[in-house]
Design a protein around this ligand. Structure first.
Ligand SMILES: Nc1nc2c(ncn2[C@@H]2O[C@H](COP(=O)(O)OP(=O)(O)OP(=O)(O)O)[C@@H](O)[C@H]2O)c(=O)[nH]1
Length: 210
């Protein structure tokens, strides 16, 4: 910002960005949110989410605080019409599949159709292939996730709610994109979320960055 207050607008730290987690039942939405919020993984029997609930999280991006209101939805079909109502004012949607479940991967296209029907046109969508730690049960290759994401023009990464792999990165990338959109000037080059994720992934793999 210039000394006289002109130039790029400051980011308003009071803004609350609604982010929704969607995907088939059992793909790990709740677990990933718990990992992000509390840094832990609760192993054991699976208890499906009933309805919808939210968690507020503050993510530090470029020296400012970005507030995410993260809505965890029930993946079960019977809750679908209820959760659609929440898509409308979402600014970001994290769409999950489980790398050990072909059905959850095949259903990604149907989820994207619903997102395009119910969410705003400019919603930020990210595709996540979760349970990357379960390598012996993998049925969806990383390249398949990448290729599907490319087809729809959305960023992609594999995650693990169990080990925490890429969990912070997923939310940080979303927070950075939403923050950039809020302060974007027409003449400024756009923040490229794909490039950001790729550069951060490289840092993680080469230097244990996170
Ligand atoms: N190994 C492994 N297990 C996971 C991971 N994420 C979730 N799980 C397990 O998968 C099961 C389902 O996880 P949830 O987080 O409840 O799934 P969900 O997508 O929230 O399911 P719904 O609430 O029905 O939509 C649980 O038994 C979790 O412990 C992961 O990254 N790795």
């Amino acid at each position: 910002m210039d000394a006289d207050g002109a130039g790029s607008p400051c980011y308003d730290e009071d803004l609350l960005h609604k982010t929704i987690l969607v995907g088939d039942s059992g793909v790990g939405k709740t677990s990933l949110l718990v990992q992000f919020d509390q840094g832990k993984f609760i192993a054991g029997s699976f208890s499906a989410t009933v309805g919808i609930g939210f968690t507020n999280k503050v993510v530090a991006v470029d020296g400012v605080k970005v507030k995410l209101q993260i809505w965890d939805t029930a993946g079960q079909e019977r809750f679908r019409s209820m959760t659609h109502a929440y898509y409308r004012d979402a600014q970001a949607l994290l769409l999950f599949y489980d790398i050990t479940s072909k059905m959850s991967f095949d259903n990604v296209r149907a989820w994207l159709t619903q997102i395009h029907e119910y969410a705003q046109k400019d919603v930020v969508i990210m595709l996540l292939g979760n349970k990357a730690d379960v390598s012996n049960e993998r049925v969806i290759r990383m390249e398949d996730g990448e290729s599907l994401a490319r087809e729809y023009g959305v960023p992609f990464m594999e995650t693990s709610a169990k080990t925490g792999m890429n969990v912070e990165l997923a939310f940080r990338a979303i927070a950075k994109e939403l923050k950039q959109r809020a302060v974007q000037q027409p003449d400024e080059p756009r923040f490229q979320i794909h490039d950001y994720i790729e550069s951060q992934k490289k840092k993680t793999s080469c230097c244990s960055f996170m």
